[in-house]
Every structure is written in C-alpha cells, then in structure tokens.
Design a protein around this ligand. Structure first.
Ligand SMILES: Nc1ncnc2c1ncn2[C@@H]1O[C@H](COP(=O)(O)OP(=O)(O)OP(=O)(O)O)[C@@H](O)[C@H]1O
Length: 881
C-alpha cells in the first residue's frame, strides 16, 4: 500500500485497523454496494480477476491503488481469488448505514482459504475439501483432517511415512502446521501442498483437549475413541482453533471426531496410490481407476467412492458384507433402478446439512432437504422390503440383512419434512430478500402484512364500498396521488354528505378530494409493510433453520448411509457394465487370478483391439516370486498393475475384471517403479529408488503384495542386476514374511534366480518375431525370455535408421563375443576398441575432435544400453550438423 498520509480518512483508518488483524489475507472491504481492495491487495485482485485498477487520493499527499467489484458478484470473484491461492478476508458492514451518522461499523465475517471453504463455487462436487492440521514431535506426528463442507473430522497419528500416506490419500487443499517446523515439513513432504503456518501457542495438549471437549460439549474424548492419540488431539484442537480464527463459528455440524483406524485398511503406500493411478495420475488427461469406476448417483457417493478406493478393507467379514450387497443388487435389477432413482433425488444431503449447521442454507436448499428426506423415506421402504422379499433363502439372505440394516437406520425425519412443507412455500426463491419464502397461514402478522402490501386493491375497494354505503355517495372513489397519497373523491353534487372528520385536501372543477385517518393509517402500513414482511420472514426463516439444526446428527447419518448405498449400487452397475466377476475371498496366502484384465487399459484400447487376459498365480509355498521378462511394451507393467488393481477392487468390495479370482487377504501393497533413465542425475535418482525400495523391505508381512517394475534400471546394467538380484534373494529368504512379489525386469540374467531359489519362478510376456518385426502377443507364459528387443522398440519410437543399424551391429557383436564365454564388460570394451581402430579421428576436424573426446570420456562400465543408444544418436547428429 502507498505510504500512509498524516491525515488518513476515517474510512482508511478503519480499513488499516482491520487489515492488520488478518496478516497474509487479501481483504475485501465492503463500501456501500461494492467490495473494495486497496494497495497491494488491489494490485493482486486486479491481476487475478481482470478488474480495473485505479488510484485515489489518500489524505493530503499520497495516493492508494484501488480495485473493486459489486457486492453481488462476490460468488463469481471469490472462487477465482481462492483458486489463485489467496486467503480472502470478507469484511462486511455490520450495521445499516442509514441508521448511523458516523462511520459504519465493519468487521470480517469470514476468512476463506483453500482448505476452509463452503461455497459451492469453490468446492468440487465429487471431492472432499480437507484441511489437514499437522503436529510434529520427535519421531511421530499427529494429523487431523476436517472438511467444513461435509462436517467430517478425522484424526490419526504415526510416523512420517504414515502421515505422508494419509496426506496422499486424502489430498488436502490446505495443510497447517507450526511455524517452527517449516524445515521438517519441507524435508518430509516437499512442496506438494498449499500450506499455512501458525504460531506455537495453540499447539498444547491441554489447550487442544479443552477446545475439543468444549466444542463437542463432553467431559472427555473417550467416547470418540481418540483419548490415547495425544498428538492427534493437538492437531485436531488446532484445526478447530484455525476454523475459529477464520471466523467460522457455527460449527454444530462438526458433530463428532473419529480415529482413522489404520488396522482396518489395506496399507497402500503413497507410491502405489500414484503408480496404480487410482484417483489421479501424473498425466492429467490419463484415465484413472476412479474414472472407470464412478457411476455414482450422488456427490456423496462419488466422494465416498474415492475414499474406498484409497482405503480398501483387509478383514474378511466387512469385505464379504459389501460383496453380498453388490451381488444382491446385481441380481435384482428393478430394486437397483428404483434405489438409484431415489438416490438421485437425495442430492448432496451431506453438504446441505452442513450449510444448515452453518446457518447458510438458502430457502431453495431447505426445500431440497425436504425432497431428500422424502426420497429417503422411499429408500427406507425399498431396503426393508428387499429384506423381507427373499428372507428365507440362505445365499441371498445376507445381503438382504445388510440392506435391511441400512434401511432400518435411515431416518426420514417426518417431523421436519412436515414442518418444512408447512412453513415454506413450495417453490421459494433462492434469496430470502426476494420475499414469498414463508408460507401463508403460519404467522398472523405475516398474513396481515401481506394482505396490506399485496392485497391493497381489495382492501381499498372494501373501504370504498363501505364508505359509499355509509355516506350514501354511490359515485365515491378511492384513488392515489404522489402529493397526498390515498384519498376519497366526491363529486360536488354529493358534497353535503361528506362526514365532518374527513379532511379536505384539494378542490377540482367538479369534485373534491379528502383524506381520512383510516386511509392515512393504511398508507403508513403499506409503506412499512414490505420492510416488515422481510424482517418477519427473515426471523421465521432463521427460526426454521435453528429448529432444523437440531436434526443434524440423524441427517448426517442418513447422508452416510445413502453414500454407502450409492457406492454399493455403483459397484453393481460397474460390475454388470464391465463384465466383472465376484472374487472369492479367503484368508489363505494365495492369489489365483484366471483371465485377469486391467480395468483401465481395457477401456482405453484403440478400436478393434481386445485386451489379452492373463492368469497370475502366487502363493507362499511354491510360487512366491515371479520374475517377468519380456521386451519393452510387451505388457509387463500392465500385468503388474492389473494384479494390484484386482486385489484392490476385491478388497473394496467390488467385483473384479477376471474370469475367476481367489484372493487370500492382502494387508499391504507396495509398488516401485524404477527411476526412468535420467542421464544427468542418474546417481541421485538411483539413490532415491534404493531408499524407497529399502522402506518396503523393512515393512513386509506374510500377506503383503509387492509389485516391482524394473527396479535397478536407474543405474548401470551390472549394478542394476546386482540390486535386483539382492532384493529378490532377500524377499525369498525373509524368515517370516513370504511376501508375494511380481518383478518385471529387462535383465534376463535374473532368470538364473529360479535355479537357486525354490519359490522364484520365471515367466515372460510373449512376443512373436516375424521377419524383422515383433508382434506383441501379451500372453504371460512360464519361462524366461531371451532378448530384450529394446532395439525393435526404439524403431517403433522413431529412432533414425542409421542409429538402429549401428545398434544392431553392436548388439550382434556383443552377442557373438558373449557366446564365446566372455563377459559383457569385456565385450563392450572390445567393440569400442574396434570402433577406435577405424581411425576416423586422424583429421583435425573440430566435430570429429569433439566426438573423439566424447567417446574417450565415456565410462563404458557404467553405461546403460539406453544411454549407449542416446550417445550414438548424439554422435550422429553431430556428424550431420
Ligand atoms: N494384456 C494386454 N492386452 C492388450 N493390450 C495391452 C495388454 N497389456 C499391455 N497392453 C498395451 O501395451 C502397452 C504397453 O504395456 P506396458 O507398459 O505394460 O509394457 P511393458 O512391458 O511394461 O513395457 P516397458 O518395459 O517399456 O515398461 C500398454 O499401454 C497397453 O496399451
């Protein structure tokens, strides 16, 4: 902001005081019908919103930048500011400017930040909008996740890995943590999140405990099962503190806090969430699992589905419960269709009830609440009916029970349904100020005022008729003018019949005009009626909102049950649509998939191409580790991922893309994809890769599934092979954890492992060589593959023919040398020597000198095949240039 002048205007004084209270926030300052921004805020706002930046005098000698927009455009501009990463403080006029002679009282009514938003324009329908609060102690951390738009409040604690994974699963829109931990935070979680740091003082166990017990109106937190999570409690207390700081005080819809029960869910490390492309991928346009799976009928279902995808279950009973319901819904088409139609009527009940808690629901939304509750009544009947329909049959009695349980817990809240129906007009406007929100017949004064304001004509005719009769003046007329309002007009012929208490106001050529006390009173009433109606409607509407807020808990439970039902129905729909089968779940240690497919790739194949199905069998006795070789593009990664995804889908309670699947429960899925060949930072990428792989090895269990995709490729062939070898050996020889592993690799040297380790088996993804071409057959068959076929793939990728020819030559030489019993290192050296002997560098051409230097500086010992190809390409380009 420009330098403050000595003589600041009172308005700017007020502005500066308020601005100082919200450091770091962009202040929208309400002045009359506009929201204004000043100084730096104005520069930012005009840049982000594309609104005009002006300057105005500020005191005697300085000026200040100014940019503003009409107050009714707030809903349009606010989301843009927040999406641009601004924290926006909305400062409103707290009193009616007409009522005050001095400067209007103003104050911030809401501070909107990316993680604390309730506006539909900012929120995404199908995703939660979490604020994460972190608290650091030496080796552990506490986390709380709160979504003010849905009322969810969760907490957990654990080591940095666990918190990292939770952050990845819940992907919060904002993370808050103590100022002093900036370095820690950055080291552990990088710069992937929008963050805000707070002072230290609220981070105390006592303060947090008190904030939470006070908020929930309880003596202790035992009832929520979080009493022992001391770090989680601090994080949760600070989350509430932050909501308070951002002026969010009506938080009755945040009605409970629960522990994220780590032991209930299959552990998916954050690499798996990313590599398996569950809910988002590095390439924004790529199809992900959720895109294929999501056919939900409500935003609540869509959000819950995202949660279920990243948090599959790992206990048999709840998984089978879900599968039973899905089976039942598949078997009963009519029930499925009816339920889905009803759920569509329910809409986003979860966010709706939050708005009621925040006292921010508009009349149309309250009307929607009634519609939702009516639909819930029908859903209840359908679910309970589903229970009695085939109650006797053994196989399907279970799903009926589960549906019945859902039905029985649904609460159609008839009382409030009836209340809304009675008190609210059937089609109210969105804005309260538009009027006609509350129904007739619920409040006497409202009816009377409405009669006066809107029934004016009839009322005046009544007066006219009555007075005409009483005075005997049949031609008496009531009319209105701007000078003295309502009047009675009497023609001169009847002048003598005018009662004495009428006051004459005007004499015309053939008539006289009178006013009466009754008309005056009526006039005053009419003038004030509209204002009074608005005040009364507002009061009655707020009373209604208050009374609805008492039902937050049962309505939130309804919302959760409907979301659950929606996801189960969705699983049924998707399973039918995509030909999925019911997996047979058990607590054995084997995974046996027949005819498995990749749920996403199969949807994304070029027209006419069919997905080739594959069988995968893994157990802990005979076939614990499978080494999968095959050329690039053969389908190794697809196979690894499809196995992970089938297990995931099964443990979510969904049917799976396969002909048959027996799944022994998996407790953790780890995925590692070797760092892509990174010439400049090969070493460091490689170290990262190794560290990440080490973290798997330290967290294994007998039920873990490990998917390793070309681990070790970020280094030279020899190191790569050695590392891949060592990892396989470690996994095989682990004393307790016989973790099932799929290991895709280019190193056919690893095929030797099977001869030394009983539970390591070789498979390859087949290709057929026809002439100089290869055809991908994509079938997984026992046995290792012999070539890497890398050069063929380079051809597919459009490498220049000369490079390919030379690469083929080198390959042949290498192979010839190797068959002579020599090792690769020696072979490469020999080929290099032969190349040198061509004596192409005898001339002093600078290009050739450069090439010579390049070759001389090459360390063949650490060169990967791809690096070699790229060097060749570089050399060729130099020669051409
Ligand atoms: N079973 C299959 N049926 C049909 N198409 C498939 C199948 N498996 C893979 N594909 C197709 O082949 C492409 C390459 O597969 P994938 O990435 O799994 O190969 P890869 O062997 O891992 O290759 P690289 O070694 O280069 O990573 C996929 O993107 C997919 O389009």
């Amino acid at each position: 902001m420009g330098k403050t002048a000595t003589k600041e205007t009172p308005l700017m004084q007020q502005y500066n005081q308020i601005k100082a209270k919200y450091p770091g926030a962009l202040l929208l300052f309400r002045v009359g019908d506009f929201y204004e921004t000043f100084g730096e805020d104005a520069v930012k706002a005009s840049g982000i919103l594309g609104i005009v930046l002006t300057k105005r005098a500020n005191g005697a000698a300085t000026h200040i930048e100014l940019a503003g927009f009409p107050h009714h455009s707030l809903e349009t501009y606010l989301p843009k500011l927040v999406r641009a990463g601004q924290r926006v403080a909305i400062c409103d006029q707290l009193e009616d400017p007409k009522m005050t002679k001095t400067i209007v009282k103003r104050g911030v009514t809401e501070l909107v930040t990316p993680g604390v938003a309730i506006s539909d324009n900012i929120l995404q329908q199908k995703s939660n909008n979490y604020l994460a609060s972190l608290y650091f102690e030496k080796n552990s951390m506490g986390i709380a996740l709160i979504d003010i738009s849905t009322g969810e409040f969760l907490t957990a604690q654990g080591n940095a890995d666990y918190i990292d994974k939770l952050l990845q699963s819940f992907s919060p829109s904002e993370v808050i943590y103590p100022k002093s931990c900036k370095r820690d935070f950055f080291e552990k979680f990088g710069d992937r999140y929008y963050t805000y740091t707070l002072d230290e003082w609220p981070y105390s166990g006592d303060y947090a405990y008190e904030a939470l017990t006070k908020h929930f109106g309880v003596k202790s937190l035992k009832g929520f099962g979080i009493e022992k999570l001391s770090l989680g409690i601090v994080a949760a207390g600070v989350a509430l503190h932050y909501l308070n700081e951002t002026e969010h005080r009506n938080l009755q819809h945040i009605s409970a806090i629960s522990r994220i029960e780590e032991d209930r869910y299959l552990w998916l490390d954050r690499f798996s969430i990313r590599n398996l492309e569950l809910v988002g991928s590095s390439n924004d346009n790529a199809l992900t699992l959720v895109d294929v799976l999501d056919h939900t009928c409500s935003p609540m279902g869509a959000r819950l589905l995202r949660r279920w995808i990243v948090m599959p279950l790992k206990e048999l009973k709840p998984i089978n419960d879900r599968l039973n319901v899905v089976q039942h819904l598949i078997d009963h088409e009519e029930l499925r269709n009816e339920l889905q139609n009803c759920i569509r009527q329910v809409g986003d009940l979860e966010r709706l009830i939050s708005k009621i808690g925040l006292q921010k629901a508009n009349p149309r939304e309250v009307c929607q609440l009634r519609k939702a509750l009516l639909a819930i009544g029908s859903i209840r009947t359908l679910c309970i009916g589903a229970g009695s329909e085939d109650g006797g049959a053994e196989i399907i009695s279970k799903p009926n029970e589960a549906l019945m349980a859902i039905g029985n817990q649904l609460n159609p809240c008839e009382f409030i349904c009836e209340k809304i129906g009675r008190e609210l007009n059937a089609e109210p406007p969105i804005q309260l100020v538009k009027g006609s929100v509350m129904a007739d017949g619920i409040h006497e004064d409202l009816d009377r005022l409405r009669k006066i304001a809107f029934g004016g004509k009839g009322y005046l005719l009544e007066i006219q008729k009555r007075e005409a009769e009483q005075t005997g003046i049949p031609s008496l007329k009531v009319a209105f003018n701007n000078v003295f309002g309502y009047y009675l007009e009497v023609t001169h012929s009847h002048r003598d019949k005018v009662p004495t208490d009428w006051i004459r106001k005007q004499t015309l050529v053939n008539a006289e005009r009178y006013i009466t006390p009754e008309l005056k009173e009526y006039e005053e009433q009419i003038l004030g009626a509209e204002e009074k109606i608005l005040a009364l409607e507002t009061q009655l509407y707020n009373d209604l909102l208050y009374s609805l807020a008492e039902y937050i808990k049962p309505i939130q439970l309804n919302a959760q049950l409907i979301a659950r039902l929606d996801v189960l129905l969705n699983f049924a729909t998707v399973s039918i649509k995509n030909y999925y089968v019911r997996p047979k779940m058990n607590d054995s240690l084997l995974i046996d998939i027949k005819g498995g497919r990749h749920p996403v790739i199969e949807k994304n194949l070029p027209q006419g191409e069919e997905y080739i199905t594959n069988d995968v069998y893994l157990d802990s006795d005979s076939q614990q580790i499978i080494i999968i070789t095959g050329p690039n593009m053969a389908g190794k990664s697809a196979l690894l991922r499809q196995t992970g995804l089938i297990v995931l889908l099964a443990q979510m309670g969904c049917f799976v893309p396969a002909k048959q699947a027996h799944i022994g429960l998996v407790d953790k899925i780890f995925t590692r994809v070797g760092a892509s060949d990174n010439l400049s930072s090969g070493e460091s990428t490689f170290m990262v890769e190794m560290n990440e792989t080490a973290s798997i090895l330290n967290n294994l269990s007998n039920r873990s599934l490990i998917l390793l995709d070309e681990i070790g490729r970020g280094t030279s062939t020899y190191d790569g092979i050695s590392i891949a070898w060592a990892i396989s050996e470690y996994l095989h020889n682990h004393p307790t954890a016989k973790a099932k592993t799929l290991f895709a690799t280019h190193y056919h040297e690893l095929n030797e492992l099977t001869n030394m380790f009983g539970r390591i088996k070789n498979f390859n993804v087949t290709v057929k060589e026809v002439g100089n071409q290869i055809i991908f057959l994509r079938k997984l068959v026992p046995g290792g593959s012999e070539h890497s076929f890398g050069i063929h793939v380079a051809k597919l990728a459009g490498m220049p023919a000369k490079v390919l020819a030379r690469a083929n030559e080198i390959l042949k030489k290498l192979e010839a040398e190797r068959t002579g019993g020599e090792d690769i290192k020696e072979s490469i050296k020999k080929v290099q020597k032969q190349a040198m002997q061509l004596q192409m560098f005898s001339i002093d051409d600078p290009v050739l000198v450069k090439i010579r230097d390049m070759l001389n500086n090459l360390d063949v010992n650490t060169l990967t095949p791809v690096e070699a190809l790229m060097k060749l390409d570089e050399i060729q380009r130099l020669i051409k240039s």
